[in-house]
Design a protein around this ligand. Structure first.
Ligand code: ATP
Ligand code: MG
Length: 367
């Protein structure tokens, strides 16, 4: 589960249109170059990435980011995973079931192979120095820049709030504080995060120009499935009731995948540009069984959507069987699971306090 699969190296983005092909090639070559640099010097990289505790982690998380995190950890990269609890209230009034969702995330990380002896897991609310970085960072971006962030616009459109809070508009700056608090320089995320990473890079660059060199300009690391679609054909998201949770049972997984939107053409092909829904399912199966998506589609051929869904369901359930068994084991010892977060919070505090000291020093007057 932790190596780059054949499907990953061969496949393309399931939702990319024709007009994205040049951009895709550029992204592919940048990713290949980055992977080369990581392989040469894994110790030169520190990952910071994470998942909001707003629900159960799903297949989009797994193929978009989680699998890369474990792979990078196993290569020797310092991996830091953030559970951004403060960011839950960017798009809702209160953080419901925060403890339960946080436990769920921890169980998923451990069962997927995040190793607390080598990697760190922490949460926002436990690291005051990280949150203090938000103030100088906010001074480095304009309101116009915040207003035109496409992912924030999309999330406002899907928000359950009738007004847009200041936190919603500024949360990409909070993410810059997350990443830069520990001087993360590698961010394995889904495509929705690309505009936010640009904000982080801009803040790092402007801070360095204004006050002297303190921060790295982090690189984004996209996977072969940077935008997996949910059962309704839009981005699979915890908060949109369209996801297939990693922790679902085999039967629940079958039921959810059966409800996935496809199209009217009975002949199954892998063509992300014109058939995003069918292609996202084909890619999902291909990633699970480490096959080329074109070959997977060709084998299903005239079997139609029903055969496609059976193939995907078997592939997902087969791929996740070990993970699910391990998760059930960890769930028996929540005391241990929560101790992982406490230890991670300690390390994250130490890193963020060091960074905040450097920031104050660079800014001169703030002591
Ligand atoms: P929410 O609906 O609460 O925003 P989410 O499903 O969008 O939840 P996040 O916690 O916002 O999940 O994202 C965590 C990480 O998973 C990010 O790196 C994000 O890019 C990645 N990710 C989320 N959904 C997908 C997806 N459908 N495909 C690929 N990557 C994804
Ligand atoms: Mg999200």
């Amino acid at each position: 589960m932790t190596t780059t699969t054949a499907a990953e190296s061969r496949s393309t983005d399931p939702v990319a249109g024709e007009n994205r092909s040049t951009e895709n090639r550029t992204v592919d070559s940048r990713t290949a170059d980055l992977e080369r640099r990581i392989a040469q010097d894994p110790g030169g990289f520190r990952v910071l990435t994470g998942d909001r505790p707003t629900g159960a982690l799903h297949l989009g998380h797994y193929f978009g980011s989680l699998r890369n995190r474990v792979r990078l950890q196993d290569l020797g990269v310092d991996v830091i995973v953030l559970i951004p609890d403060y960011q839950v209230i960017t798009d809702r009034d209160t953080a419901e079931r925060l403890g339960e969702y946080t436990d769920g995330l921890l169980l998923d990380y451990l069962a997927l192979g995040i190793d607390p002896a080598r990697s760190t897991v922490f949460c926002h609310s436990a690291v005051p120095a990280l949150n203090q970085l938000m103030l100088p960072f906010l001074s480095l971006v304009s309101v116009a820049e915040l207003n035109r962030n496409p992912t924030v616009k999309d999330e406002i459109a899907h928000s359950r709030q009738s007004t847009v809070s200041g936190l919603m508009l500024t949360y990409p700056v909070h993410q810059a504080a997350d990443i830069l608090s520990c001087k993360g320089n590698l961010v394995p995320v889904g495509r929705d995060q690309a505009p936010h990473l640009e904000v982080t890079r801009t803040i790092a660059r402007r801070f360095n120009e204004r006050y002297g060199q303190v921060f790295p300009e982090p690189d984004i690391l996209l996977s072969a499935a940077p935008l997996l679609l949910g059962t309704d054909g839009t981005k699979m998201s915890k908060s949109r009731a369209n996801s297939v949770p990693l922790s679902a049972t085999a039967d629940e997984t079958a039921r959810l995948l059966k409800s996935a939107t496809t199209d009217a053409d009975r002949h199954i092909t892998y063509d992300p540009a014109t058939r995003p829904n069918v292609s996202s399912l084909v890619l999902l199966a291909a990633l699970c069984i480490d096959r080329d998506p074109h070959e997977v589609a060709a084998e299903i051929g005239d079997g139609g959507a029903a055969a496609l869904k059976r193939t995907v369901t078997d592939a997902v359930n087969g791929h996740l069987a070990t993970f699910r068994a391990r998760r059930a084991e960890y769930a028996k010892d929540l005391t241990y699971v929560r101790s992982v977060l406490r230890a991670g919070n300690e390390r994250a505090n130490a890193l963020a306090e060091t960074t905040l000291d450097e920031v104050r020093e660079a800014m001169g007057a703030f002591r």
